[in-house]
Design a protein around this ligand. Structure first.
Ligand code: GLY
Length: 323
């Protein structure tokens, strides 16, 4: 059920996503907002479209598998602290964001995980699907053959936006972490967010990153704003990145300033590795947007009544260090 905020103000809708491929999701989501629909429907539609896109190798079908060659999917959706849903480690169902929304709407819980989450998806009529695309299987086989170290933190390139769905290539040794995170402000002034990921390629089986964890990969406070994250989930998790960004906006920070504080907190908490990257996007409840990343290579998809745009982030902490 769409949420109400005490401060709702009508206005023009906007969509903001991590990575240029976010615009593929906006193509599905914008008609919802343009017709006066709800932010939560738009963000779930955006993720659903990207989950089905085999060219996006970090989300849904086409996503790269874990160490054992199994694709597992994580997602969460959020409208407010009392209206959020999450699913982790789905192995048989593609539309993780839609399932997270179902958990939010139809249960008294926030998060379901693993086999039981797949069983829940069966029970609500989600179709079972093969999640491993032939191309992702080929990439995994080649990684197995190369014997690349499974420790992605030490031995990998950062995800770089190559202008389409592919973030991981042979040069980057296929490793990194990624996510589609989409935020929407609808014409009624209501915010929502969703994020969906296949997690880090070649991850240890069972690994879950920031994306499906409320407050880490996504946080929405209807009276303040919304933040979502992409990149090395472990870094975002250690500082509760999305919630920290929203809390900084609550303290009066401009959205990009708020995200810079999140990145500074990460840099003071971690010894950064060469392959680390974090990208963040934010919408304040008045429609002001922000974006920031640790390193170059991150792009932002933005859609408004003026059309679609791929933008560089407003702040890059280490601009000389693109992947
Ligand atoms: N940011 C996605 C992940 O680390 O799983």
């Amino acid at each position: 059920m769409p949420i109400m905020s005490a401060f709702m103000t009508p206005g023009t809708p906007i969509l903001l996503s991590t990575w240029s491929f976010g615009l593929r999701g906006h193509a599905a989501a914008w008609p919802v907002l343009e017709a006066g629909g709800h932010a939560i429907d738009a963000v779930v539609d955006a993720c659903t479209a990207i989950e089905a896109d085999p060219e996006v190798d970090s989300v849904g079908y086409g996503g790269l598998p874990d160490r054992d060659g199994q694709v597992t999917l994580d997602a969460c959706v959020m409208q407010s602290p009392s209206s959020c849903g999450s699913v982790c480690c789905l192995r048989h169902h593609l539309h993780a964001a839609r399932i997270a929304r179902e958990i939010m709407d139809s249960t008294s819980h926030v998060m379901l995980v693993g086999e039981a989450a797949d069983a829940y998806a069966d029970a609500v009529g989600e179709p079972r699907e093969n999640l491993l695309s032939p191309e992702a299987a080929k990439a995994w086989e080649s990684w197995k053959r190369d014997g690349t170290d499974v420790d992605q933190v030490r031995d990998a390139g950062r995800p770089v936006d190559q202008g389409g769905g592919r973030l991981f290539d042979a040069e980057s040794r296929w490793a990194g972490h990624d996510t589609i995170g989409t935020l929407a402000l609808d014409s009624m002034g209501v915010l929502a967010g969703a994020c969906s990921t296949s997690g880090s390629p070649w991850k240890l089986p069972g690994r879950v990153g920031d994306s499906p964890i409320v407050g880490h990969g996504l946080y929405v406070d209807p009276d303040i704003g919304a933040v979502t994250a992409t990149g090395t989930g472990e870094l975002v998790m250690g500082v509760c990145g999305a919630m920290l960004g929203v809390e900084e906006m609550r303290r009066g920070a401009d959205p990009t300033e708020a995200l810079v504080t999140v990145l500074q907190r990460i840099e003071s908490a971690y010894e950064l590795e060469d392959n680390h990257q974090v990208g963040l996007v934010a919408i304040r409840r008045d429609g002001r947007i922000g974006s920031a990343s640790l390193r170059g290579g991150f792009k932002v998809g933005y859609t408004s009544i003026d059309g679609d745009e791929v933008r560089d982030p407003e702040h890059v902490s280490h601009p000389g260090e693109s992947g």
